[in-house]
Every structure is written in C-alpha cells, then in structure tokens.
Design a protein around this ligand. Structure first.
Ligand SMILES: Cc1cc2nc3c(=O)[nH]c(=O)nc-3n(C[C@H](O)[C@H](O)[C@H](O)COP(=O)(O)O)c2cc1C
Length: 185
C-alpha cells in the first residue's frame, strides 16, 4: 500500500510535521513525503494522499499571503522551504480520481488567542480533495506553532507521528479488500 504526503511550508514547521506524519504512516504504508513544487504527480498510483500546509488568512495560502511570508522569512534570514506554488494551486490542478483513493489533510496554525479564530488550511484542502473524488479517512487535523515563524509548540512532533500512525491504521482498514490483500501478498 502506497501513501504520499504533499506539503507546503515557508518557515519549515509544516515540513517537520509532514515528515513526522510520514514516519507514523511508515508503520503501514510505503510512504513518500514531497514538497509541493516537487510533488508532480505524487497522487498517481497511491492508495492514500495526505496534504499539509500552513494556515494563511484562515485557509490555504494564496500568492499574496505567500509574498508576505517570504518577505518575513527574508527579514529574519530564513531560507523558505516552499518558494513556488502552494497546495491550493496543486490541488486545483489535481485531476479527479476514479480510483478508490483515500485522503487526509493537516495544517499548522497559531494557537487560538492571537488570531481568533485561527481558521484551517486543512479544512479547505479537505473540501478540495472531496471535490476531486477522494474519500476522507478522518477529520482535518491542526498542529500548532508558537509564532508565525515557529517553533512548533511542545509535543507537536510526537503528536504528528502518532496521528500518522493512527491515520495509517484507519486507512489500511478502509481500503478495498483487493488492495489490502495485494499489499500483504
Ligand atoms: C501571511 C500569513 C497569514 C497567516 N494567517 C494565519 C491565520 O489566519 N491563522 C493562524 O492561525 N495562523 C496564521 N498564520 C501563521 C501561520 O499559520 C504560520 O506561519 C505557519 O503555521 C508556519 O508554518 P510554516 O513554518 O510551515 O510556514 C499566518 C502567517 C502568515 C505568514
């Protein structure tokens, strides 16, 4: 059984979460984590597609929000992980699936308080995935940063790995029997 984790990240926090999710998924899936501009057709021939991105202006990033983030990264001397398109653009181009493909999404956001409500890139991504014919395995998940550029709040990497592990278990049982049997053979 194959899974792809496609992520967008400016300051590196969502990338760290994506890698932790992939570690968790690896218990059940052959998994590849790819930055969105290098993801190409990562969704092709996978049984489970996982999308992750930073929450910008209550949803998925746009060109304008990424511009602001890139300027902030330059100001503090951080080399941005994602320098091209975001997950919104990638999902827009994603062809409708006719396979029995599963999907899940996660995002990073500030803890409630400073931005209230925080909004969620993962919820927006989940709606897009549904439109593209993917069946969602679980509710969109959110992981927290302490400030715009990070770091992640304590314990988030461990929580992400565990989320990935549980996601893998749920997805493995949700797949059609022929896929699960082929994977065991
Ligand atoms: C332009 C911009 C808009 C943002 N909007 C929100 C928001 O609406 N809600 C929120 O919780 N965090 C918001 N944030 C904080 C981001 O979620 C945070 O920078 C991100 O989780 C860091 O992930 P990254 O290191 O992968 O880029 C915003 C950040 C930027 C740069």
């Amino acid at each position: 059984m194959k899974a792809a984790v496609v992520y967008e990240s400016i300051f590196g926090n969502t990338m760290q979460i994506a890698e932790a999710v992939a570690r968790g998924l690896a218990a059940r899936f052959e998994v590849n984590a790819a930055e969105v501009s290098a993801a190409g057709r990562a969704a092709n021939s996978v049984d489970l597609l996982v999308i992750g991105g930073p929450t910008h202006a209550f949803g998925m990033s746009r060109g304008s929000s990424r511009k602001g983030a890139l300027e902030q990264a330059a100001k503090i001397g951080v080399r941005p992980v994602s320098q091209g398109e975001g997950i919104r653009d990638w999902l827009k181009r994603l062809p409708k699936t006719h396979e029995p493909a599963l999907a899940a999404s996660f995002d990073t956001a500030l803890k409630k308080g400073r931005w209230f409500p925080t909004g969620s890139a993962a919820s927006s991504a989940a709606s897009q995935l549904k439109k593209k014919g993917f069946k969602s395995v679980c509710e969109p998940e959110q992981f927290y940063v302490t400030d715009t550029e990070g770091p992640l709040t304590d314990g988030e990497l461990e929580r992400a790995e565990e989320w990935g592990r549980l996601l893998g278990e749920t997805a493995a049982t949700a797949l059609p029997p022929e896929v699960a049997v082929a994977a065991r053979a």
